[in-house]
Design a protein around this ligand. Sequence first.
Ligand SMILES: NC(=O)c1ccc[n+]([C@@H]2O[C@H](COP(=O)([O-])OP(=O)(O)OC[C@H]3O[C@@H](n4cnc5c(N)ncnc54)[C@H](O)[C@@H]3O)[C@@H](O)[C@H]2O)c1
Length: 295
Amino acid sequence: MNVAVIGSGTMGNGIAHVFAQHGFAVALIDINQPALDKGLATIGKNLDRQVSKGSLAETDKTATLGRISTHTSLSEGVLNADLVVEAATENVELKLNIFREIDQYAPEHAILATNTSSISITRIAAVTKRPTQVIGMHFMNPVPVMKLVEVIRGYATSDEVTARVMEMSRQLGKTPTEVNDYPGFVANRILMPMINEAIITLHEGVAGVEEIDTVMKLGMAHPMGPLQLADFIGLDVCLAIMRVLHDGLGNPKYAPCPLLVNMVMAGRLGVKSGEGFYSWTHGTKELVLAERFKR
Ligand SMILES: NC(=O)c1ccc[n+]([C@@H]2O[C@H](COP(=O)([O-])OP(=O)(O)OC[C@H]3O[C@@H](n4cnc5c(N)ncnc54)[C@H](O)[C@@H]3O)[C@@H](O)[C@H]2O)c1
């Protein structure tokens, strides 16, 4: 079984890792060799961690790496694929172009999946000549650790293709869950309004950053508070998904909090920019409030 993974960033290298570890031949595709080398280095590091924890044998690590080939040409990389999983940058036009190209070069029988967090599967499927074979395969970060695959059926996705993707996800040791294609699917439709509400709660002065995160951590047994999680996801990503929900569902309850909008405009994006609700300039191990939110 041959799998092509498009994009070797945060999600793509994790997706390539789990497929290769479970015996699939993986063609990993990105736009240049440095991006591929970085993805492979991350896979190597994560496999080393599994070996040192005792959850993977050294020989399995070598075999896993041996199943991954790298390609800078998309048309070559997808040529023998039975399944293509697209995990390139979250941008509609970019993804539509990638799917037009995959559709042209991948074998006729190949299933085309996307790991998009927020773009309509139906819209992506519509630019191909095989909409019944296009589906969402939404892995969670970090891919080798997280059990869920949200399997998203587009308007035209067939029962057979859905069943095959559910089965392949199980072969990876994951728990696939079938949902339909509406804005935010299930994961982000529920998670993002919760994060947005936490920001509204802060904005209205109901409580401070630490208090909000403590209530949700200790009171709801969440592993981290919603504001810390927003910093990890990236406030720009949270805002973009809230806009998809607001535009797509047309309900004012999904309006992004003005504080979230302001923080994104100010470049305070969370971990990736060094500051969001917390300050991350010292690393991600310790929680330090951003200067602005100290009370
Ligand atoms: N990061 C997350 O927590 C997360 C979780 C679930 C889903 N997603 C989704 O996964 C996808 C990838 O996100 P990411 O966080 O891994 O992004 P990323 O920025 O880490 O990686 C994207 C990769 O795609 C590559 N790329 C861009 N254009 C390409 C092209 N034309 N052909 C081949 N490769 C190309 C880039 O060079 C980069 O290496 C997005 O659709 C995102 O919404 C992300």
